[in-house]
Design a protein around this ligand. Structure first.
Ligand code: MSP
Length: 490
């Protein structure tokens, strides 16, 4: 039987259009989804948008729109990344969806309440709308939120609180035992030290008068559910929690939650505690990516350096954008975006690398009308290299070192080039038996390179696959490929 693989990204706030940080997260998840499908798994890849809360209500107001009309527009731009970036997500959930999401979020709230893990509490604190979270005085820098560079708002109100503290010991044990895996290691350690320093209960609602755009707390219409409590529930509402038990059981627990480094705490502590409280299983693995800076600076509206993924794709194509984010940015660390670096990668690894190899091989192979591969086995060294590459790709992907996985795939391409240059088939006649053998070895290398490169550059990989037609009786017919990645001139 096929294994199931349920993979999610975070769901982005719909207060502004997507930027390349969102694009990168989708691209990383897409690599994993395509790899798992290729390995035969039954994959469910979920993404979506986080549409409630103060930050969004304020952005809508600033544009003179109702929150719902505003999020409808922004959410479309996120959904559109599927086509623009060739992302193979299977489902897209929106937290303002009254049919699919809200009933699940409410069902979860009721479970926590029934467990005795929600209690009313008068609270005084500092709220950062950018983070959509209460922040501590000690974490501010010069009175400002270190991420959003804004002074948080002082709040004194009655909220519902969630007993996060009750789950400290259990969470610690689950993370330590590896039952709940967090990659990379430094993020795992960060969570363990947060637990060690003591987890406090968290505010799980805000007064409706202050935050009206959200899900009303069940049984207390004076309060709105805290946006994170609402948003985290997407991972279960989308698969039918509280509504479609059979589908829910088919997919839960998630195999991977992929998130950025700023929201690990929510996914590795608060979310698992909510699940424990509700008596549900925990996700198996949390993968944490870093942040993209732009030419060495933090990407921000105020600096005016926010990069629009749609523009990037228009200029370079989706494969090139995908390749850059997967190869140049270390998946588990911060990385930098720069146009020159993108063009260097494009020319070096795509035009001269994969593209050139694919054209050379298909050009040579197209000299035959039909190729017979009957009884052919690739050279031992080639088979070995292929097996080793496949193994390394899986290994690195498992460690969430996608850049290393991609490096291995491109090494296979280079191996193909080396073989080609060493054997110089262009000097041989078609009826020379050595010619056929070399071509078949090259086609084996190209085929596997395209299969693995499809996780990264699906468009070029599928064109490559289409150029090689398999006929009856182990015959092949190869069409010459036109350049997949025309060189960009400096
Ligand atoms: N809505 C919450 C997530 C809720 S999940 C139940 C949220 N949204 S966000 O739009 O602020 O961020 C969405 C994702 O984009 C997060 O994983 C975040 O880390 C990521 N990124 C935001 N800026 C980024 C960069 N500059 N670089 C890379 N990823 C970044 O948080």
């Amino acid at each position: 039987m096929k294994d199931k693989f349920y993979l999610t990204t975070s769901i982005a706030y719909t207060n502004a259009a997507p930027h390349i940080g969102h694009a990168m997260e989708l691209i990383q998840a897409d690599f994993l989804a395509r790899m798992k499908r290729n390995g035969g798994d039954n994959v469910l890849f979920l993404t979506g948008t986080d549409e409630h809360g103060l930050k969004i209500a304020r952005s809508a107001e600033a544009q003179g729109k109702t929150p719902q009309a505003f999020v409808n527009d922004v959410s479309k731009k996120f959904k559109g990344l599927k086509k623009a970036l060739n992302i193979s997500f299977d489902d897209f959930i929106r937290t303002s969806d009254k049919k699919r999401h809200i009933p699940g979020a409410i069902a979860l709230w009721k479970k926590l309440e029934a467990k005795g893990d929600l209690y009313p509490h008068n609270y005084r604190g500092l709220y950062c709308a950018g983070c959509e979270a209460f922040v501590k005085e000690k974490d501010l820098v010069g009175g400002l939120c270190p991420i959003h560079k804004k002074a948080p708002e002082e709040v004194e109100e009655r909220n519902w609180f969630f007993r996060l503290s009750r789950y400290s010991t259990e969470l610690q044990a689950l993370i330590k035992s590896g039952e709940l895996q967090i990659y990379p290691e430094n993020r795992r350690n960060e969570m363990l030290s947060l637990i060690k320093s003591g987890l406090e209960d968290v505010s799980f609602s805000r007064p409706k008068g202050k935050v009206g755009w959200g899900i009303p707390v069940p049984g207390d219409s004076t309060q709105t559910m805290y946006v994170w409590c609402d948003a985290l529930a997407n991972y279960i509402s989308a698969i039918g929690y509280g509504q479609d038990e059979i589908n829910f059981r088919k997919w839960w627990p998630a195999d991977v939650h992929l998130v950025g480094k700023d929201i690990v705490r929510f996914h590795a502590l608060i979310w698992p505690a909510m699940l424990l409280s509700a008596g549900l299983r925990l996700p198996k693995k949390i993968l944490v990516h870093g942040f993209i800076n732009v030419e060495g600076e933090k990407m921000s509206k105020s600096l005016g350096n926010v990069i629009d993924p749609y523009q990037l794709v228009e200029k370079y194509g989706s494969d090139a954008a995908r390749y850059y984010f997967l190869r140049e940015i270390p998946s588990d660390e911060d990385g930098d975006f720069g146009y020159q670096k993108l063009e260097d990668r494009y020319n070096g690894d795509l035009a001269n690398g994969f593209g050139n190899f694919a054209s050379r091989v298909t050009t040579l192979a197209s000299r035959f009308d039909k190729i017979s591969a009957k009884g052919f086995e690739p050279d031992q060294a080639i088979t070995q290299k292929i097996v080793e590459t496949e193994k390394n790709v899986l290994y690195y992907a498992d460690q969430f070192k996608l850049h290393e996985a991609v490096r291995c795939i491109w090494e296979l391409v280079r191996e193909g080039d080396v073989y080609l240059n060493a054997h110089r088939p262009w000097e041989l006649k078609e009826d020379d038996p050595r010619f056929l053998k070399i071509i078949l070895n090259l086609l084996a290398l190209l085929d596997k390179s395209a299969e693995l490169a499809a996780f990264v550059i699906p468009e070029a990989a599928s064109k490559t696959k289409e150029a090689v037609k398999h006929g009856p009786g182990h015959t092949l017919k190869v069409k010459k490929l036109s350049p997949l990645f025309p060189k960009i001139n400096e």
